[in-house]
Design a protein around this ligand. Sequence first.
Ligand code: ATP
Ligand code: MG
Length: 421
Amino acid sequence: MIIAPRGTHDILPSESYRWHLIEDKIKEICLEFGYKEIRTPMFESTELFERGVGDTTDVVQKEMYTFLDKGGRSVTLRPEGTSPIVRSFVESSLYAQPQPTKLYYLYPCFRYEKPQAGRLREFHQFGVEVMGADTAAVDAEVISLAMQVFSRLNVTGIELNINSIGCPKCRAAYNEKLKAFFKPHLGELCETCRQRYEKNPLRILDCKVKSCKAIYNHAPVLLDNICEDCAAHFEQLKRYLEVMEIPYQIDATIVRGLDYYTKTVFEIISKNKGSEGTICGGGRYNGLIAEIGGPEMTGVGFAMGLERLLLVLESLDLIPENLERPDIFIANVGDQADLFVQKLVYGLRNAGISAERDYLSRSVKAQMKYANKTGAQFSAVIGDDDIAAKSASVKNMQTGETDNVPFDHLAEFIKTNTMTR
Ligand code: ATP
Ligand code: MG
C-alpha cells in the first residue's frame, strides 16, 4: 500500500467543512479590512528564500524542500508566504500603484521538520502583508486583523505578545554587545550557533537547543537597546492597540525565526490545554523589499498556522457539527420514475437546491435507509401515480410531517422550509 508522505495529511470529506468554516471567516474579515487575496506559485527559485528568509535561519539551513528540476535549476517548495509575495510585488510593479498595498493569502507551505501535533511538513498558512506604509497604525491594523480571527471564531485563552527588535542601525550596536556577551560561552553553544555568532548573533536568541537557551536567557535585551526612532514607533504601536482595546503583553524575548524582521514583532499564543503554543507570528520587514530587488519600501505582516488554529478550536469544542447535507432525497419506484427522478433532481439542483437520489438501484426500503444516512432534511418517494398527479408527498425527516407538494413548487417549498438557509 502506498501511504501519504510523512508529515502530510489528507483533508478528508468529513473534515473539509472545518476548513471552509475558518477560510470563510477569514475571507469575510479580510474583505472588511480591505485586504485582497494574492496567490503565488507553490515553488520558487531557492535563492529567493536564501535572500529573503536569510541563510542563517533554521528554515533555510534545515527545513527547506529544495531540489534541482530537470533543467538543473534549484527550486524550493515555499516554506513561508512573505518572500514570494514581496517577489511578486516587485516583479508585477505593484509598488507603482497607490499605497499601501494590502494583501492576504491562504495556502500550503512546506518545511522539512520532525512531524508532531501541530507540526507538519505540509501545513497551511493564512497571512497578510501590507507594503508601502511605515506608520505604527498599520502594524496595529495587522495585529487587530489577526486578533479578529480569534474573536470571530469565539476563541478564548489567547495572548498577544509584542516586541521591537529595532532597525539595522540600532541592531549593529546591539550585535556587538551580544558578541561580547557570547564570547566566553562560545564553547558551550551548538555548532549552528557558533556560525551564527560570526554572521548573525541575533539568530542565536531563536535557537531551540536547550544548552543554548540556558546561555542566551541571560543575554542583554534588545528592547532596552533600540534607537529613539524605533522606540517611538513601538510606543505608538502600543497606543494604537490601546485605543482599539486590544490587550497585549510585552515579551522582550521574541526575535522570530526569519531574518527579515525590523521594529515590530509579535506572536499570538494559545494557553488552551491541548493546543498550547504559537498560532500566529508576524512583524515588520522594512529591508525585505529592497533586498529582493525592489524599491526602498516597507512592509508588515503575519502568518497564522491553520492546523494549529483548528487544534485550538477543537480543544475549546468550538467546531459546530457538519451541516453539509442534502436538502432533499428523492427515492424512486420503477423504471419510469427512475428517469423522472433523474430529471427532477437535476432541475432542483439548477434551482439551487441540494438534491440527492439513489444510484445503486436499491429497493425503496434501502433507498430510505440511505436517505437517513445522508442526513437529508426532506425525502420523497416517487412512483408512476405521483408522476401522473404531478405532485408528491414530501416528508420532513425530522418531524415526520408530510405535505403534498406539486413538482412545480418543490424548489420553492424546500427553500422556504429548510433550516440551514
Ligand atoms: P515554531 O516556532 O512553532 O517552529 P515558526 O516560528 O517556525 O514556529 P513561523 O515561521 O512564524 O513559525 O510561521 C507562522 C505560523 O505557521 C506558526 O506560528 C505556526 O502556527 C505555523 N507553522 C509553522 N511551522 C509549522 C509546521 N511545520 N506545521 C504546522 N504549522 C506550522
Ligand atoms: Mg519553526
